[in-house]
Design a binder for this molecule. Sequence first.
Ligand code: ZN
Length: 141
Amino acid sequence: MTRFDGGQAVRWFDDFGVLRLVSVAAGNGTVREFPGLPSLAGGLALGMPADLIQGVMSHWASARELSRGPWIYASQTTVLTFEPSDGSLRSVDCPGAACLVRARITEGRLVRHENPTTFAECGWSGIRIVDDVATPIRRGA
Ligand SMILES: [Zn+2]
């Protein structure tokens, strides 16, 4: 479910990669059911407001991202740098204890690197960094 500041709430679920709409509650409490479980495009065709469609798409993308394995929010790290060309996250200081290597991020993951304290590969190597700084995400269900 995605809740909006205006009081609207959209119930949906991920049907093996296809978002299916269940119902939309308006800010005044009126609920519209979608017994045919249309996709987002189907909901738009049935008159669902475009701003709600957009909000659900954003929430769905965040939920899918967070289901792809171990991760940490970029906002939970320090010394973030960004690519000047497109504003994407370039590096963070590794959150590993006594590591603090400034590690690049490639394909959304911390690059493999050695922890200078242990002289072994850092346990945080490869963890996904979910960029909630350059691209704020909607939390909650
Ligand atoms: Zn590290």
